[in-house]
Ligand binder design. Structure first.
Ligand SMILES: [Zn+2]
Ligand SMILES: [Zn+2]
Length: 220
């Protein structure tokens, strides 16, 4: 725990109320993603489909992706507190939310999308890794850091979608041989490009099947 954490009273990351890192009301305001969803990418829709308009025709690398909550303004505020403002105390609470929605995957290991070296130093924590470790503990599965980032990709936020895909391609390497089945944890699923790139690297390194689990998902 940091010195600030010892001195300042804990506040909710959603509404700043003194108390737990995520109060009951803010937890309930997170919109859970419920079926029917696209079997492949987890996009919610009117009926269950094998591939949806968002993911059909794309090579995704992962067998399926699931996310717990809709990445709306409320979720964005909490994720931003968690990622950009160093609220590392949120990871266990957010892992609980994920585990409420996403069934424990039948895999050999839990891993995560690696943090950007430069931004990791600036923030001194990797949110996806913390979430992955907390989920692994709750699911009683081992956690292993397998992937590493090569170079520093330019920040994703301002890039159009096609460029994002090109941007993440080739930015990950496997630092260890993965077991046959892996669940890859990330904070937010936006286009799926990062998850797909990581899954492809894991499979080239020897994984037979990769599933993706995220806290939040952009829903258009
Ligand atoms: Zn709150
Ligand atoms: Zn889909």
């Amino acid at each position: 725990m940091s010195l600030l954490g010892l001195v300042l009273p804990s506040r909710c990351a959603g509404c700043a109320m003194p108390g737990p890192s995520l109060c009951q009301a803010c937890r309930e305001l997170l919109i859970r993603i419920a079926p029917p969803v696209c079997a492949r990418c987890g996009c919610p829709g009117a009926w269950p489909v094998l591939r949806c308009v968002e993911c059909s025709g794309r090579r995704l690398g992962f067998a399926r992706a699931r996310a717990a909550v809709v990445y709306d303004a409320h979720a964005r505020a909490i994720v931003s507190a968690w990622k950009e403002r160093g609220r590392r105390d949120l990871a266990p609470d957010l892992a609980t939310v994920v585990a409420e929605v996403v069934a424990r995957p039948a895999v050999d290991v839990v891993s995560c999308v690696p943090g950007d070296a430069e931004r990791t130093r600036a923030r001194s924590h990797v949110p996806a890794e913390r979430l992955g470790r907390a989920l692994a503990e709750g699911w009683d599965l081992p956690f292993a850091g397998i992937l590493e980032r090569v170079g520093t990709a330019p920040r994703q936020v301002r890039l159009p979608r096609a460029e994002r895909r090109a941007n993440v391609r080739g930015s990950f390497v496997a630092a260890a041989r993965p077991p046959p089945t892996v669940v890859l944890v990330d904070d937010v699923y936006t286009t799926g490009a990062t998850a797909a790139a990581c899954a492809t690297v894991l499979r080239r390194a020897g994984a037979r099947s990769v599933e993706v689990v995220c806290l939040a998902r952009a829903v258009r």
